[in-house]
Design a protein around this ligand. Structure first.
Ligand SMILES: [Zn+2]
Length: 334
């Protein structure tokens, strides 16, 4: 077993899914509190979060939050060059974690860790014990299981290897507490999501007039929802004509005995403005948190000058064309 080979000092607690074990959501909060006491950088990062500037922007039919967070500069500007990624030391491999960092061994396969550069309080990273590539088709079941185990107070997040994962070479998810992202509010507005298909007991909704494309899978049966998601991914792969994983970000949660999987299909990772070298440069690197409506600007200049039209343009540019999505949904079994 992987767990037996790893340094036991790195394990704060273990969770194997049995009923006798303490609720894992509580365990995660305890881990965060313990790590803030023993890992000064994490304490500082959470202190920093209390003082960051956030402002709301009202766009056409939806709103977003802009967060000025200098500590995310490394994430927002991370290289996507495969040679560079392969030549660096992987920061999610256990042997490279900061000395003070510990985690919860999850189902003998993952380590639940405190994110050292949090966007929200209690921001977690869930990292596989092995250095295996980021990919969702084989791992959708564990994402769904994580949302069940952590419970309704958490969102589980996934970034595709080519659209936001800061370590595309090491399989990982994130978890954040519910209630911080504007898209969660959008979900309350039934006019913003249209029932577009039903497949194997899973309802599939498509977003309407919120600036970017979102597909929602809603269902009570976790195997059915995983199956329909995989069919969707395959269909999307053929529509966008790629051999790789189609670019997507995912947000998943449970509520009232149902699973909700939100998929943000992408046309590109970063907007053109990211690559400019003049005054028009905007350092925004959209990943799942940005697609959910919280746009991180590491630099104050961008924090101050982003406005509704710039945000709308970024979403338009990085989100998949709606017609391609409609085409994808036609492939799903009814
Ligand atoms: Zn690694």
């Amino acid at each position: 077993m992987q767990a037996q080979r790893m340094n036991r000092k790195k394990i704060y607690a273990s969770f194997d899914g049995s009923q006798s074990i303490k609720n894992i959501s509580t365990l995660c909060i305890e881990l965060l509190e313990e790590q803030k006491k023993t890992w000064p950088e994490l304490k500082d990062a959470h202190e920093y979060l209390k003082h960051i500037k956030v402002r709301d922007i009202q766009c056409n039919g939806y709103s977003v939050k802009i967060q000025h967070n200098l500590k995310r500069a490394k994430n927002s500007t991370a290289s996507c060059d495969i040679a560079q990624i392969n030549s660096r030391q992987c920061f999610l491999c256990i042997e490279n974690l900061p000395k003070a960092q510990r985690g919860i061994l999850y189902r003998d396969e993952y380590l639940i860790l405190c994110n050292p550069a949090p966007v929200f309080p209690n921001h977690l990273t869930i990292s596989n014990l092995k250095h295996i590539p980021q990919g969702i088709a084989k791992n959708i079941n564990i994402l769904i299981q994580l949302s069940q185990d952590l419970g309704p107070d958490w969102l589980i997040l996934y970034n595709g290897p080519k659209c936001g994962a800061s370590a595309p070479d090491h399989l990982h998810f994130q978890a954040i507490p519910r209630g911080h992202t504007p898209v969660e509010k959008d979900l309350q507005d039934k006019d913003k999501f249209v029932l577009s298909a039903q497949s194997e007991g899973v309802s599939i909704y498509k977003s309407k007039d919120i600036g970017r494309e979102i597909i929602i899978f809603e269902g009570v049966d976790k195997d059915a929802i995983a199956g329909v998601f995989k069919s969707f991914l395959e269909a999307l792969r053929s529509v966008v004509k790629t051999e790789d994983e189609p670019m997507i970000n995912i947000l998943c949660f449970v509520e009232g005995g149902k699973w909700y999987i939100l998929v943000f299909p992408r046309a590109k990772h970063r907007p053109e403005a990211f690559f400019r070298d003049d005054d028009e440069k905007i350092t925004v690197s959209p990943a799942v948190i940005e697609m959910a409506g919280v746009i991180i600007t590491p630099f104050e200049r961008d924090f101050l000058r982003l406005d509704a039209s710039k945000v709308e343009a970024i979403y338009r540019e990085v989100s998949l064309d709606g017609n391609k999505l409609k085409c994808t949904l036609k492939y799903l079994p009814v």
